[in-house]
Ligand binder design. Structure first.
Ligand SMILES: [Zn+2]
Length: 320
């Protein structure tokens, strides 16, 4: 029997085939190449196993999206359209298939954790997911990879009390709307304040609706925020909430566009700050989830610092 791997990265060359058309669109294949290179060259991550994703089949996609959206997406791609609803959401002929493969990475990750192949999986995927809504695409996102993963975990393994922790610079509107009206799962998002930033949701007052009241923790930050603000949030605000919620599984929406060099936000994170975030995630996982962590790539667009930011985060999650 193989020993469990300390880190498995779900990766597939086909993720490069989702073509956003050039013309300055920031969500480009080179993002993944930069990350892969940085983690392969890292001498402090240790042994990494790369593992291919399975595509998410329709039955799992419809746990998070309605059938009409699936048809509309597939049809748009096959008919040669270049974007859906807004030019943010650029597509190419392969985009539907690749989006299924991105959503499927989280499914593969769940299976790997449940089969005890590892405790720590990073899904190196595109297109990203956290802005995608139940029935439409939004902000470069087509399928909500984190929500598909959460629903699959619930459905196939009866996993309860799952927390999604989102440190992308932008609020994950699609994750929040997926379960803000139900009890039992939780969402934490740290992001640039919606008054200044896309997509305009994620105010602190949005804490859930009806039965879901109290299941959402939005932590909006002023432009320029970085280490000082994060240290307090990671060390006390979030741990207090986790203690109240007692989650049993964690999915991380791992976006790296809050880096001070990334002009997709006004936040001011350093590369080293991502290591601290990873370290805290590991601490929470050790307390609540038997050390199990699934992280799924969201944003991060400044190629010159994206690889080192992900490497730094992963080192943190491994306690190195
Ligand atoms: Zn973002």
């Amino acid at each position: 029997m193989n020993l469990p791997a300390s880190l498995i990265i779900i990766d597939d060359q086909r993720y490069l085939l989702h073509d956003t058309g050039g013309c300055g669109h920031p969500e480009i294949p080179a993002r993944l190449q930069a990350i892969r290179q940085a983690v392969e060259q890292s001498d402090s991550i240790g042994d990494i196993r790369f593992f291919p994703p399975q595509p998410a089949v329709r039955d799992y996609l419809t746990l998070a999206h309605n059938e009409n959206w699936l048809f509309r997406f597939e049809e748009s791609v096959l008919s040669g359209k270049t974007f859906i609803d807004h030019t943010d959401n650029q597509i190419s002929y392969d985009s539907y298939e690749i989006a299924c493969l991105a959503a499927g990475a989280g499914i593969t990750a769940v299976d790997l954790l449940e089969n005890q192949e590892t405790n720590n999986v990073f899904c190196l995927v595109r297109p990203p997911g956290h802005h995608a809504e139940h029935s439409y695409p939004f902000g470069f996102c087509f399928f909500n990879n984190c929500v598909v993963t959460l629903r699959y975990w619930q459905e196939k393994y009866a996993q309860e009390r799952i927390v999604v922790f989102d440190f992308d610079a932008h609020h994950g509107n699609g994750i929040q709307s997926a379960f803000e009206e139900e009890a039992g799962n939780f969402y934490i998002s740290i992001h640039e304040h919606p008054s200044f930033s896309y997509p305009g949701t994620g105010y602190g007052e949005e804490t859930g609706i009806g039965e879901g009241k109290g299941s959402i923790l939005n932590i909006p930050l002023s432009p320029g925020s970085g280490r000082r603000e994060l240290d307090h949030i990671l060390a006390s605000v979030i741990p207090e909430k986790l203690e109240e919620w007692q989650p049993q599984a964690i999915i991380v929406a791992a976006g790296f566009d809050a880096h001070k060099e990334d002009d997709m936000s006004g936040l001011s994170y350093s590369t080293e700050l991502y290591e601290s975030i990873g370290r805290e995630v590991k601490t929470w996982a050790d307390i609540y989830t038997d050390g199990k962590i699934i992280s799924i790539l969201e944003g991060g667009y400044e190629i010159s610092v994206l690889g080192e930011s992900v490497e730094s985060y992963l080192r943190g999650t491994l306690g190195r």
